[in-house]
Design a protein around this ligand. Structure first.
Ligand code: OSB
Ligand code: MG
Length: 371
């Protein structure tokens, strides 16, 4: 069943985080995100832009995504006869970069397609390998080590299956040593968000003694070759995040042995079709993947859950409970995590949750409609 998009509604919402989230590139206290609603003859699908508030994780931020979605990507989709949602990404592939803005519209079209077929999104994308997905948490840089230890304790008690901690120069080896002293056997990993260079190789080698599951994106956001060089010097597997924006880059990184694991983020690769291709490339090479997070509100979170039901998402992801981020989420029910650290996958049509429209309207700060 094909479809034509006859209306696109963009809205920007603003919500404070329950707790600030700090990475090597900065601290976030309030999220400003864009939601996209694509409609075809009265049926709507929803997507979420996963860009940050500043162009620090990658080149995108809320404002650039608004302009790309409104002026470039949105108009390319309106009125075009799509045979299926897998074709949507190609319509905006002439835009250089800006995968998160493109991805919000692409994922919205998959949600729309799922609803037109009256089936859950996870089935529409070809997932369904598991009925509940394994969850980890990403814990930001804290003001002190005791605060970090306390946060880890809380999340382990809640049942989360692995802990990811953010690192940067000055908050790395000695902090991880303290964490390991307190929690000798938890599944632990570190994410540097590109805070180091090859000149730090000797320093990063010290991390091998802590039996980390992986070290995520230690080097530059666009540097696959240097990651191959650092991987050759480390026993701990490298996991690439920022570097992998396409299946082709995943193929190159794997071929060069730049990573042993890949973090897949829908926005970073431009949507479900490319995420699936990255997944397939990795699976063929025997490289496990997991679903990353971008501090999403309910729509993006629900999409991540659907993605995580593809076969090769075998490691716990950064997809966790709504209440870790929000005082109130925009979906109903909120995303909840079981005591064994899993999220159950819903069978309702589309992304599987209801939108809390009243609350959504109350946090909306800007709107635009495209015909
Ligand atoms: O590198 O995975 C990352 C958040 C913002 C930007 C980049 C990253 C992250 C996270 C948070 O680690 C994951 C989450 O809990 O949503
Ligand atoms: Mg990361």
């Amino acid at each position: 069943m094909g479809f034509k998009i006859d209306r696109i509604r963009l809205r920007q919402i603003s919500m404070p985080l329950v707790h600030f989230f700090e990475t090597s590139f900065g601290r976030t206290t309030e999220r400003h995100m864009i939601l996209a609603e694509v409609s075809s003859s009265g049926v709507s699908g929803w997507g979420e832009v996963t860009a940050g508030e500043n162009p620090f994780y990658n080149e995108e931020w809320t404002e650039s995504a608004w302009r790309i979605a409104r002026d470039y990507a949105g108009p390319r989709l309106l009125g075009h006869p799509f045979e299926n949602a897998a074709q949507v990404g190609e319509r905006t592939a002439h835009i250089r970069g800006h995968n998160m803005a493109r991805g919000a519209l692409e994922t919205a079209c998959w949600d729309l397609e799922a609803r037109l077929h009256n089936r859950p999104l996870y089935q529409q994308i070809g997932g369904g390998a598991r009925k509940e997905i394994p969850c980890g948490v990403s814990i930001g840089i804290q003001n002190s080590v005791p605060e970090l230890l306390k946060k880890i304790q809380t999340e382990i008690e809640a049942g989360y299956q692995r802990i990811k901690m953010k690192i940067k120069p000055g908050w790395d080896v000695e902090v991880i040593r303290e964490v390991r002293r307190e929690f000798p056997s938890i599944k632990l990993m570190a994410d540097a968000n590109s805070a180091y260079t090859l000149a730090d190789a000797d320093h990063l080698q010290k991390l091998d003694e802590f039996f980390l599951m992986m070290i995520e994106q230690p080097l530059a956001h666009d540097e696959i070759i240097d990651h191959a060089a650092i991987q050759a010097r480390l026993q701990t597997p490298i996991c690439l995040d920022e570097c992998i924006r396409s299946a082709h880059q995943a193929e190159q990184a794997i071929r060069m042995r730049a990573c042993g694991i890949i973090n897949i983020k829908l926005g970073r690769v431009g949507g479900f079709a490319e995420a699936r291709r990255v997944h397939d490339v990795a699976q063929k090479a025997g490289v496990p993947v997991w679903c990353g997070g971008m501090l999403e509100a309910g729509i993006g979170r629900a999409h991540n859950i659907a993605l995580s039901t593809l076969e090769n998402f075998v490691l716990p992801g950064d997809v966790s409970a709504s209440k870790r981020y929000w005082k109130r989420d925009i979906i109903d029910p909120w995303v909840e995590v079981s005591p064994r650290g899993t999220i159950g996958v819903n069978d309702a049509p589309g992304f599987g949750y209801n939108l809390d429209m009243e609350f959504l309207d109350s946090v909306t700060v800007r709107r635009e409609e495209l015909h």
